[in-house]
Design a protein around this ligand. Structure first.
Ligand code: FAD
Ligand code: NAD
Length: 481
């Protein structure tokens, strides 16, 4: 039976992933009473089945790939990885799938937490089905923020239940490496998990329906990752899709996949890394006139524009603007400021790059793919610039020519590209592909969001001998071309 009197808060946040937690933090800091509703583990996908465990699996792999090529270290790192130790580290970095630490933080920030499945129940109302079988009704004075994230999207193949495929959840939490692993999908999850499990002892077959890996990146990024994956022993195939997939053998312990080119591939497990779906199927969208299962479109203030009254917000993966933790947390800071301003009756400041406008998740989304080599990108690619009709200069440089790169790893292979807006003379896109480039990305992000004139970049002098000298070489290449 529903309880009689709804609990009233200024703000209700559905979903205590990294994004929901940050919305709640900002609204609480602004003096608004806030409740978080969480159906699984506070901390969300990122903490337990995405960023944290995947990077914990990859860090030893990438460090070893670098160290194995540094003179004097080959022998020291020549042994196979200690798989048990890597998996134990992964478990620790996932807090052993226990959210006590997060709950403690939520309490210490002055935020209330209600455990259970939250659903919108009309304007400013949320009903929560608790694990105890009760229904708790919540009412918001000002805002409801939907921060329910995304889950793995599986292709519509027959027999999926019997196939028992891995999604990103199993790929990041598996207790041991399968002997053979088929991975379907050439995006970020596919290539990162191929890199990790191949190094941890699985024989990986990576199936791309595109003609290359990482189709949303500059083509050279996917080419370098393909080269290294093949050197590591992975079977990387392009232009193929799965026609049928089923389990065979004793107890169904073998997966048998027929491909569009007629080939048959077998393995112990199969991972579908084929994109994401919004977690919006069962959150009461129909009670506010929206379609269950849809992504929640917002304007730059993160307000769901299809619902009148500026009380409903969608923040993080569920709005599909930029599916990254850091970008969702950026949106959370903006949404928190917007909710607080509206609650105080203030006018919003919604110009580009202003406190109430989520601008960077359109103009300058940084992302690192933690493969060997790392791929770090922000802003436009050449393909995106062409699609948007932007007139850009494209400047390329071979990072392997840098003294800093050779110091880093004598066999360094890598490439950098920046796109310069011809009219405004500012950088609008950058991609770095090579070992150790992840930490370069912030410099490019500052150049783009700060709209730093290219001529001024000559005065930003990179230290010798570092990989950052790539900035100087890119400027010289542009000047001399
Ligand atoms: C394998 C993998 C690796 C990744 N690595 C990175 C990385 O290195 N860096 C990076 O920036 N991004 C990475 N991402 C993306 C990142 O995980 C997401 O962008 C991020 O988790 C989105 O945060 P969120 O809070 O919007 O959603 P989520 O993290 O999905 O959290 C949503 C929360 O809402 C809860 N919830 C859902 N429905 C309800 C409901 N009805 N009631 C109550 N609670 C509900 C869920 O239980 C969950 O806790 C990775 C993704 C994957 C799949
Ligand atoms: N390091 C990071 O920051 C990181 C790591 C992992 C994931 N992520 C985020 O998570 C998001 C999801 O990643 P993802 O790799 O699942 O999705 P994605 O959209 O990046 O890639 C999906 C891939 O699957 C392919 N695909 C889709 N349907 C298919 C089908 N039916 N058959 C064969 N191939 C199919 C696509 O062509 C594409 O190559 C990313 O957009 C990224 O923002 C970030």
């Amino acid at each position: 039976m529903p309880t009689e009197h709804p609990h009233t808060y200024d703000v209700i946040v559905i979903g205590a992933g990294p994004v929901g937690e940050n919305v709640a933090d900002r609204t609480t800091a602004a003096g608004l009473s806030t409740v978080l509703v969480e159906s699984e583990l506070a901390g969300g996908e990122c903490s337990y089945w995405a960023c944290e465990p995947s990077k914990a699996l990859l860090r030893p792999v990438l460090l070893r790939a670098d160290a194995a090529h540094v003179p004097g270290l080959e022998a020291a790192v020549g042994q196979p990885l200690d798989v048990e130790a890597v998996l134990a580290h992964r478990n620790r970095m996932s807090a052993d799938w226990n959210d006590d630490g997060q709950v403690e933080w939520i309490k210490s920030a002055g935020i209330d937490l209600v455990r259970g499945h939250g659903r919108l129940a009309g304007e400013r109302e949320v009903s929560v089905s608790t694990p105890e079988g009760e229904t708790v009704r919540l009412r918001a004075r000002h805002a409801v923020a939907v921060c329910t994230g995304s889950s793995a999207a599986l292709p519509p193949l027959p027999g999926m239940t019997e196939l028992r495929p891995w999604t990103s959840r199993e790929a990041t939490s598996a207790k041991r490496p399968p002997q053979r692993l088929i991975i379907v999908g050439a995006g970020v999850v596919g290539v990162e998990m191929a890199t990790a499990w191949q190094a941890l002892g699985s024989r990986v077959t990576l199936l791309a329906r595109e003609h290359g890996l990482l189709p949303r990146h500059e083509p050279f990024a996917g080419e370098l990752v393909t080269e290294r994956l093949r050197e590591a022993g992975a079977d990387v195939r392009f232009d193929v899709s799965v026609v049928t997939a089923h389990r065979t053998g004793d107890g169904g312990d073998e997966v048998r996949v027929t491909l569009s080119d007629g080939e048959v591939v077998t393995a112990d497990d199969i991972l579908f890394a084929t994109g994401r779906s919004p977690r919006s199927q069962d959150i009461g969208l129909d009670t506010v006139g929206l379609q269950p299962g849809d992504w929640l479109a917002t304007d730059d203030s993160l307000t769901v524009t299809a619902v009148p009254g500026t009380w409903l917000y969608a923040v993080g993966d569920v709005n599909r603007r930029a599916l990254f933790t850091h970008q969702g947390k950026y949106q959370a800071r903006v949404a928190g400021a917007v909710i607080a301003a509206r609650a105080r009756g203030e006018r919003l400041d919604t110009g580009r790059w202003s406190p109430h406008s989520s601008t960077a998740d359109v103009e300058a989304v940084p992302g690192v793919v933690f493969t060997d080599p790392e791929i770090a990108s922000v802003g436009l690619t050449v393909r995106e610039a062409a699609r948007a009709g932007r007139d850009v200069e494209v400047v390329d440089y071979d990072i392997g020519h840098l003294a800093g790169a050779v110091q880093y790893r004598p066999d360094y292979r890598g490439r950098a590209r920046v796109l310069v807006d011809r009219e405004r003379q500012v950088v609008v896109g950058a991609t770095f592909a090579g070992p150790g480039v992840a930490e370069l990305l912030y410099s490019a992000t500052v150049a783009i969001t700060g709209e730093v004139p290219v001529e001024r970049l000559w005065h930003a002098v990179p230290a010798f001998p570092t990989i950052s000298e790539v900035w100087l070489r890119l400027l010289e290449t542009r000047r001399d071309s």
